[in-house]
Design a protein around this ligand. Structure first.
Ligand SMILES: [Mn+2]
Length: 326
């Protein structure tokens, strides 16, 4: 039996219709954009411009310095735009709070289209294209651009490549699937050069990152018994000052904690004045997204984040208890 035809449009069709109906669009992503947020929003922006649309890219924070070589990355504006748009495309955010406190109001944004791959309990947006199985938001943007009939050119391919490698850990996490690898092939075919990107994004760190890593690794604690061990790293403001580094240089340090034999969950705790920011990484047995959600944070099964308004010692105890039960 053929299923009954419905008149309801899919979210993808609604998003495509908004593009065709409009002229001027806002493109955005979560604050402190990472490689997936930046790459996916740049790819959407390039795709909309290829269709002759006017695009403003806004984020609360600028592109990370190491990714500013990407076409369009330096043009991300951090001052909230004040002129109205026909629609707004938001990337990699399952919670409107992640967009930052100054995100433009509805009168400015127009209808909000959310392209995201987080399982979200705080969903927002008028049109939501969500796929928690997508390895990166770039995969969803590629589907969107295909639906719009925009071919991959070199700037789009480089932006999507950035998104893919950032969220799959260079194609090694469990989310890496055929669609990811086929899209990666398409990106290379369209002009993305893997070593060019890797060299500029990952082989040109300021020396302060190495100095900071040395200090942070000195804090390593491993607790619990195999195969349910938990490894913790701690980053303090003193360490940043001593290393002459900003907190953005600590990106992915948490992977050193997870990458220890017998460890199931790696944590990095960044101590601020009144709270502790936590990055959580799991090898798969523990759902750290659910752990982070207990503390009003979020993320994925294998990678998540949250903040606890507690002193370091108390924050550690709460986290270890939550993971023990997880
Ligand atoms: Mn992402």
């Amino acid at each position: 039996m053929t299923p009954p035809k419905t008149l309801a449009k899919t979210a993808m069709e609604e998003a495509v219709a908004l593009v065709h109906a409009g002229k001027r669009f806002l493109v955005s992503a979560h604050a402190n954009p990472d490689g997936d947020a930046l790459g996916s929003m740049l790819a959407t922006a390039h795709g909309l411009r290829a269709l002759g649309k006017e695009v403003v890219i806004y984020d609360r924070d600028p592109a990370p310095a190491r990714l500013r070589f990407l076409d369009g990355a330096a043009a991300v504006v951090t001052k909230p735009p004040a002129e109205p748009f026909d629609a707004t495309f938001v990337h990699d955010a399952g919670d409107a709070r992640l967009l930052g406190e100054h995100f433009p109001p509805r009168e400015i944004t127009g209808p909000m289209v959310v392209l995201d791959h987080h399982g979200s309990s705080r969903a927002f947006g008028d049109v939501v294209i969500r796929d928690p199985a997508a390895s990166a938001v770039g995969v969803i943007v590629a589907r969107f651009l295909r639906a719009l009939g925009v071919p991959l050119d070199k700037p789009i391919a480089e932006a999507l490549w950035c998104s893919l490698v950032s969220d799959t850990g260079w194609f090694r996490y469990s989310s890496t699937d055929l669609e990811t690898l086929e899209l990666a092939t398409d990106c290379v075919r369209a002009g993305a050069v893997p070593w060019d990107f890797a060299r500029r994004a990952e082989e040109e760190w300021p020396a302060g990152r190495a100095r900071l890593l040395a200090l942070v690794l000195g804090t390593l604690e491993v607790v619990g018994e195999r195969p349910r061990r938990i490894a913790l790293l701690t980053l303090t403001e003193d360490m940043l000052a001593q290393a002459g580094a900003g907190p953005e240089l600590a990106e992915n340090f948490v992977n050193y904690a997870r990458g220890i034999e017998g460890v199931e969950v790696g944590l990095m705790l960044t101590v601020a004045r009144t709270s502790v920011r936590v990055s959580l990484r799991s090898k798969g047995a523990v759902d750290v997204g659910a752990v982070a959600a207990q503390f009003d944070g979020g993320g994925h099964r294998a990678a998540a984040g949250c903040a606890l308004a507690l002193p370091l010692k108390a924050a550690k105890a709460r986290l270890l208890a939550a993971i023990g039960k997880g």
